[in-house]
Design a protein around this ligand. Structure first.
Ligand code: 0O2
Length: 230
């Protein structure tokens, strides 16, 4: 008897232990990834609530814009092969934590930490890892606050905790990162030393701009006391 295939449960060893190969691959991955799309929607709702509430209370929002992306099946498989991760749904969901990505662009450095804290302290969110490239920029000058969080999605027959990568950064950091990303790909991941040095310098300029704008903002409006949940 043929019928619709069951939903793949990323925690069910019966389905997730199987290699996702050949013809089954695309269909299996597409179903698997739908759960990550749901996780993105859960996180986007949380961010929109914070943004709208903040605007209501303060007449401005520290969140400038938010975008999301679902990694393509080809990128997931390329990454799995590069890192020698077995091509099973269980292994992919355990080791590839950026299948679902949400990027939050904020006004100032302090906003990045406030947003991270607001999301992390929500009861249904579990923070898996935090990488603070704002306090500790990468050698090329990259700055951003990265969190891998797990958020539950409520399906008809199960509740699943899905990993989502959050990247939180200022407009200046985002401007730098998007140009650097293009240059990185143009040079096929091997940026000439002179251009790398210029990028590092540009990152410092962006960083000074962030500090200056935050100082001006605080001078004009006073330092904003952001309420925090514990
Ligand atoms: P894409 O195309 O944006 O998705 P991980 O990949 O998470 O297993 P890693 O590399 O330790 O391991 O993660 P990290 O450092 O948290 O970086 C993950 C993502 O951050 C990258 O995803 C980029 O989006 C961004 N990122 C990290 N470093 C840089 C950088 O130097 N420049 C720019 N422009 N972005 C960076 P992907 O998968 O590499 O790329």
């Amino acid at each position: 008897m043929t019928g619709p295939k069951p939903w793949l449960d990323s925690h069910d060893p019966e389905t997730t232990g199987q290699l996702v190969e050949g013809k089954e691959l695309r269909a299996g991955l597409a179903r698997f990834m739908l759960n990550y799309q749901f996780a993105i929607e859960e996180i986007m709702t949380k961010i929109n609530i914070l943004k709208t509430e903040f605007e209501h209370l303060h007449d401005y929002s520290p969140i400038e814009h938010v975008s999301s992306r679902l990694k393509s099946p080809d990128s997931i498989l390329d990454k799995a092969r590069r890192r020698e991760i077995p091509l099973t749904l269980a292994a992919l969901s355990e080791h590839i934590t950026d299948i679902a990505g949400v990027r939050i662009v904020c006004s100032f450095n302090a906003d990045a930490y406030w947003i991270a804290q607001m999301i992390s302290s929500q009861q249904d969110i579990t923070v898996v890892t935090t990488k603070d490239y704002i306090a500790n920029p990468k050698a090329n000058g990259y700055k951003s606050l990265h969190l891998i969080v797990k958020v539950p999605i409520f399906l008809s027959e199960s509740i699943q905790d899905m990993a989502v990568e959050l990247q939180i950064r200022t407009v200046a950091m985002d401007f730098w990162a998007s140009l650097e990303h293009k240059i990185y790909y143009k040079y096929d991941h091997a940026i000439p030393a002179a251009i790398l040095a210029e990028l590092q310098e540009a990152a410092e300029v962006a960083s000074r701009l962030d500090s200056k704008m935050e100082r001006i903002h605080d001078d004009v409006h006073g330092k904003l006391i952001r309420s925090t949940r514990s």
